[in-house]
Design a protein around this ligand. Structure first.
Ligand SMILES: CC(C)(COP(=O)(O)OP(=O)(O)OC[C@H]1O[C@@H](n2cnc3c(N)ncnc32)[C@H](O)[C@@H]1OP(=O)(O)O)[C@@H](O)C(=O)NCCC(=O)NCCS
Length: 284
């Protein structure tokens, strides 16, 4: 079957996109974060068959290092294994190339055999593996007052040094994580993180980058540790309480060796990507 791939139109195509996600999994994660699904995409692509029936979707986002992040690839379950996923992913890679982006990346669970088979066919190979862990943030009593448990780094020089010497970042092959995206750190990006007070340190030596889905109204504090500290996990949960987030999602290098500490602090492996693989390829 020859696919037609076109940019989806927000509002007009939402029902078709949601139906495809639901057909894949009634609790597919974009359904929970629909605003984010659109907000974070440079382009949402909808694939249709010859008669115009929606059969698949994916998203792509241009990241601060001018790479293209491809995500949420979904082919209707009844149509899988016929080459449609490959066509759709190749189209997303090609459209990235047309936009002048030379590198494409994506994150998928290492257990996803279909994706692992498909991606080398479009020139993408594993760059690094990451582990994603979640924790529910304990609810705060209504009148409770919390002290800020961390401080933001304010100097670009200090931040650059911290990043350059971080074994945690090195073990993620030098990539930094945003909200389920990974890219090379750039100077302007690091400056923005500092201005946004998103590179933080706590007294025990722990340091991390953090991202909120939507400050004040979102649910998730996404975190990538830059330095480990013995109280880091407890501090992160307190920090999430303070900024009124309900979950913490932690991005770690796959060889983190911190499972016991994580479980002890109430974290558990993400149901969809205990170990995720970051694939990377050139677009041209
Ligand atoms: C992953 C997905 C997009 C692949 O789409 P698809 O249309 O089924 O894949 P294709 O038919 O294009 O297959 C591409 C290659 O992978 C192989 N493949 C597909 N499914 C496979 C499976 N379950 N097991 C082993 N190989 C598989 C195909 O044989 C093909 O290899 P070939 O080129 O040697 O023939 C689709 O299975 C899907 O929507 N899965 C659920 C969501 C998901 O996991 N998304 C990816 C992460 S964002």
């Amino acid at each position: 079957m020859a696919l037609k791939v076109r940019p989806a139109v927000q509002g007009t195509d939402d029902a078709a996109l949601r139906a495809l996600c639901r057909a894949h999994d009634p609790d597919d994660y974009p359904l929970r974060y629909w605003r984010w699904f659109w907000q974070t995409a440079t382009e949402v692509l909808l694939a249709t068959d010859g008669s115009g029936t929606p059969v698949g979707l994916c998203r792509r986002t241009t990241l601060p290092d001018r790479s293209s992040w491809i995500a949420t690839i979904r082919i209707h379950p009844q149509l899988r294994g016929q080459g449609l996923g490959r066509q759709l992913t190749a189209a997303a890679v090609e459209r990235s190339h047309d936009d002048g982006l030379t590198t494409a990346r994506l994150l998928t669970s290492t257990g996803n055999i279909a994706t692992a088979t498909m991606l080398p066919r479009v020139g993408m190979h594993v760059r690094t593996n990451v582990a994603v862990w979640h924790a529910q943030v304990p609810a705060l009593p209504p009148q409770a007052s919390l002290q800020e448990p961390s401080r933001p780094l304010e100097s670009l020089q200090e931040a650059t040094r911290l990043l350059g010497t971080s074994s945690w970042i090195q073990r993620s092959s030098g990539l930094v994580a945003g909200w389920y995206v990974m890219h090379e750190p750039t100077g302007p990006w690091l400056q923005r993180m500092i201005e946004g007070r998103a590179l933080r340190q706590e007294e025990g030596g722990g340091a991390w980058f953090e991202w909120e889905l939507d400050r004040g109204r979102g649910q998730v504090l996404a975190v990538q540790p830059v330095q480990w500290g013995s109280r880091l996990l407890q501090v992160l949960l307190r920090r999430a309480q303070l900024v009124r987030q309900q979950e913490v999602h932690l991005f770690l290098p796959a060889d983190h060796h911190r499972a016991l500490a994580l479980e002890g602090a109430g974290f558990h492996p993400s149901p969809w990507a205990n170990i995720g693989a970051i694939y990377q390829g050139r677009t041209g």
